[in-house]
Design a protein around this ligand. Structure first.
Ligand code: G6P
Length: 605
């Protein structure tokens, strides 16, 4: 999704801005641009190509200045054409970059048109630029504050004015914005990663904050112009390894990083009964009898997988909710509820809104399971568990998913322990099983050649069906999601028991059926479901635990997974399905790390 980098530096700010944009590329974008104040002018370059092209264009245009703003755009209002790329100017005077959506842009556009403003783009951002110019009377801070008061919707903006060198003003409502301060200058970005190398101290802005970066001075105000103070956070070793190394794609690298990511996440748990310092205490968990988990995309599937763990180990009712739907439903509290927001980024707009919604309905016990410690969801929640997946660059989530699963599993054991449904020795056994998971994952990764052979057989299909039962049904959904998002093959996940209620009608030789088959209590039923496919000429691709006794035969390929790991088995099958989607996409030649139309962090509704 869109990304913002801006700053006032000691020397030429352009290299910092471009480096920041490169670090935001993983979020997905369709155009990018940069503007600086140079010799009394606002100058910009924009491109529909990648940031490396923008870099060449900026060099050719001799862009050089200490004050600048830059942006990667993921189109929402207006197609991806140059005129819609940011920075957006109002005349030669005001330049704006913007993340988010202005909901009342049509009404404001009409008012501005009547005042004589001409629009060069189809963006809602141009409304902001003209509005600021309309309020400008010599002080850009006041103009931004006044204009922001008229905007409805979610946004983060960075603004500069031709007449006020060495000054950048930012404002946020609903979309993240962070100030970074370092020896090289003061910066503003939508994501800490963008400025992790040029800043050591960070200030996370709150909704309705307006920040004034003036040379090296930084002041934060609320909408009424009152000074507000925000906590400063020191760098937490952000400069993590984000290089590709020997891998072809980040997704491949991140799939293979999973054993380490899971081990790191487990290492943060100090014992079987307390997970991390910012987690609820055992006493605070003791009377939890209901769980509501909120998430989107892959994070939602992690929550859905965990429902069975919470029911089984903790004996609590558990439901996973798609945040974008849940936020508009009528919430009925069951009492004694723990609400868990599950998110890689901690910034997904719908999950954040759903979390705020349950809080507004009186739920005070909220926990974020996030991969980004400084994210909005972590700050919004009473408690937080930080997964240690490390920076995830590929748009399709992989290592974030398995670390979320591990965190949720450990939480189910911890709640079970407090509620007396899991004994101390059982808890210790399960923690040992968790500790053995990284090795078991390596074992699955070693099956890559067999998975590549499946990919060869599958890459020309246009449709695929994924089947699973119990805790493996969400894994089938996740397998289908992975395949569709990176290979563009239409794929659906189904609970195998529902086959006869519709999808069986689709089964022919040209509809491969991929099955996740653990050696659990539902195996015999699953075998019957597979026979239903086989007897209709369907082609089966079965991931079977090695102790299932399932063997390859006519119409049925089998990859033997490690022996059944009980309730942890879904984590291993998920890894195999990630690899399958990855290799199918490789054979189809898609843009694996940045699939078309998708974004890493969806910060608009
Ligand atoms: C986007 C990403 C997905 C991710 C989802 C939720 O759609 O492409 O990979 O699962 O957002 O993101 P979150 O950061 O909340 O886990």
């Amino acid at each position: 999704m869109c990304g913002i980098v801006a700053g006032v530096s000691q020397g030429n700010v352009v290299p910092f801005l471009l480096e920041g944009l490169k670090r935001l590329e993983y979020r997905g974008y369709d155009s990018c641009g940069v503007a600086v104040l140079q010799r009394g002018e606002a100058r910009r370059v924009r491109t529909l190509s990648r940031v490396c092209s923008l870099e060449a264009d900026a060099l050719a245009a001799d862009l050089d200045g200490v004050t600048g703003i830059a942006h990667t755009r993921w189109a929402t209002h207006g197609t991806p054409v140059i005129n819609n790329a940011h920075p957006i100017f109002s005349g030669e005077q005001i330049a704006v970059v913007h993340n988010g959506i202005i909901e009342n842009h049509e009404q404001l556009r009409e008012q501005l048109r009547l005042k004589g403003y001409e629009f060069q783009s189809q963006t809602d951002t141009e409304v902001i630029a003209h509005l600021i110019r309309d309020h400008y009377q010599g002080d850009i801070l006041t103009a931004v504050r006044d204009a922001a008061g008229l905007l409805q919707g979610a946004y983060a903006i960075a603004v500069m004015c031709r007449d006020e060198p060495k000054r950048i003003v930012g404002a946020r409502q609903g979309s993240p914005l962070v100030v970074g301060i370092g020896d090289d200058g003061a910066f503003l970005a939508s994501d800490t990663t963008a400025i992790a190398d040029c800043a050591e101290r960070f200030v996370y802005l709150e909704d309705n904050d307006v920040v004034d970066i003036h040379g090296t001075d930084i002041a934060i105000q609320d909408r009424e112009g009152r000074t507000v103070s925000r906590r400063e956070v020191k760098s937490r070793g952000h400069a993590q390894d984000t290089g590709l190394g020997a891998y072809r794609h980040y997704m491949q690298k991140e799939i293979f990083e999973q054993p380490v990511a899971v081990a790191r996440t487990l290492a943060t748990m100090s014992g079987d009964e307390s997970l991390q310092a910012a987690m609820p205490s055992p006493e605070e968990l003791a009377d939890v009898s209901n769980l509501v988990m909120l998430g989107c995309g892959t994070s939602y599937y992690a929550a859905l997988t965990a429902c069975s763990w919470f029911e089984h180990f903790a004996n609590v009712t558990a439901r996973a909710e798609i945040a974008s739907e849940f936020r508009y439903r009528d919430y009925v509290s069951q009492g004694n509820t723990l609400v868990i927001a599950v998110s890689q980024s901690g910034e997904t707009a719908d999950t954040l809104a759903a979390l705020r919604y349950v809080q507004s309905m009186g739920e005070a016990r909220t926990l974020a399971i996030c991969n980004v410690a400084a994210s909005a969801m972590v700050r919004q929640s009473r408690w937080a568990f930080i997964t240690e997946a490390g920076v995830e660059v590929g748009v399709a989530s992989t290592k974030a998913f398995t670390t979320q699963l591990v965190a949720l599993f450990a939480l189910a054991i911890a709640i079970g322990r407090q509620r007396g449904s899991v004994s101390q020795s059982e808890a210790a056994t399960w923690m040992r099983q968790l500790a053995a998971l990284p090795d078991a994952m390596r074992n699955v990764l070693a099956r890559e050649p067999e998975i590549m052979a499946w990919a060869e057989a599958l890459h020309q299909t246009e449709h695929a069906l994924f089947l699973g039962r119990g805790a493996h049904f969400p894994i089938a959904l996740e397998g289908a999601l992975k395949l569709k998002e990176i290979s563009y093959i239409h794929a659906e996940g189904y609970p195998a028991g529902e086959l006869k209620h519709g999808p069986l009608a689709l089964v022919t030789e040209s509809m491969p059926v991929i099955v996740t088959a653990p050696n659990d209590a539902l195996l015999q039923k699953l075998k019957s479901n597979m026979e239903e496919v086989r007897s209709r000429g369907g082609r089966l691709f079965v991931l079977a635990d090695s102790d299932t006794g399932l063997m390859a035969g006519p119409g049925m390929r089998v990859i033997h997974m490690p022996a059944w790991r009980g309730p942890l088995s879904p984590v291993l099958h998920a890894v195999a399905l990630q690899l399958l989607a990855y290799h199918v996409a490789c054979l189809r030649g898609t843009d694996i790390d940045k699939p078309r139309n998708l974004a890493k962090s969806v910060t608009v509704e």
